[in-house]
Design a protein around this ligand. Sequence first.
Ligand code: NAD
Length: 359
Amino acid sequence: MTAAGTNKRILVTGAGGFIGHHLVKYLKEKGYWVRGVDKKLPEYEPSAADEFEVLDLRKFDNCLQATRGGIEEVYGLAAEMGGIGFIEHNKAVIMRDSVLMNTHMLEASRLSGVKRYLFTSSACIYPGYLQKNTDVTPLKEEDAYPADAEDGYGWEKLFTERMARHYREDYGLETRIVRFHNIFGPLGTYDGGREKSPAAMCRKIALVEDGGEIEIWGDGEQTRSYCFVDDTVEGIHRLMRSDYAEPLNLGQDRMITINELADMVARAAGKTIRKRHNLSAPQGVRGRNSDNTKLREVLGWEPRISLEDGLRQTYAWIYGELAKQPEKYSVKPPVPLGAGGGDLPSANGQKSRTKASRA
Ligand code: NAD
């Protein structure tokens, strides 16, 4: 265990969700005292938090309760969110709930004497007019304005970015702002409509026969970059520790098409697949990639887990989860190495940090 944390008291909101759950584990291994808060418990394994409270953070009194007792730093990950299908069809819920949560959490943090507050923004704040082509120029932090964010979800993120900045300028609350670019990994939602493209692809390929057909949303030529969750939690901890208060991208800058993503997952699965393109399904912006120049400059670090390695771990975990539900799902062989709970060997021969202890 490193001594970085030395019992500092930390609050993680959204600790029952995908990134928040991983972050709690990471901070515990760093030696912090951690309170996790969410409206639900983590779905796939118990939280590593010292305290976990189920609270609806749209209510101000609950935000005061969450920040009580000498909390020094808050990682704000609670949000209403999901994949492109969810965010295109739930704009009012997303804006209302996340504005309430973020506004009340910033104010409660100020009143409770919190020193630092990290807000998790998104690449969805970047203007649509810069993302119309598949060979898009990677997005730099200063590209955010003039604003033309993703309707609903992106506008709420941009609004809260500015509110975080004003809490720093007007009240001295040290705010940090990270813009995630498509985070993926084990222990994330893989069905039910809120799953993101890597998880959806893993589920579809786990359920198809070798040589079978899967549905791809759009023509599959839309481009994205993907960042593994272990890199993500390390990156936001580094940002919290830094003195950099402006918004910062956190993602990989390796851009691939959705068709290539499907082929990579198929390789991880050891299957050949055929693709059926559904041109009426939602597909989001045409192209998106992260410019990591500022990230490297500010943190002297950038994500390093390869997409192939991350997808192998994610596929094995999702396959294992589906295989536990034979009444609902019928997985098709081959069974990937590591499905069903064993530690997964990664490309460099080390065990996955997600499954194995990092201490
Ligand atoms: P997630 O949906 O898994 O986690 C969000 C958590 O917030 C959920 O567990 C949910 O229950 C909780 N929440 C929602 N409403 C709540 C309420 N009223 N009270 C208390 N808790 C509530 O999402 P995630 O992928 O872990 O995302 C974490 C953060 O990162 C979010 O701010 C999200 O917008 C941002 N982000 C994620 C990605 C990504 O690719 N995963 C990309 C860009 C930005």
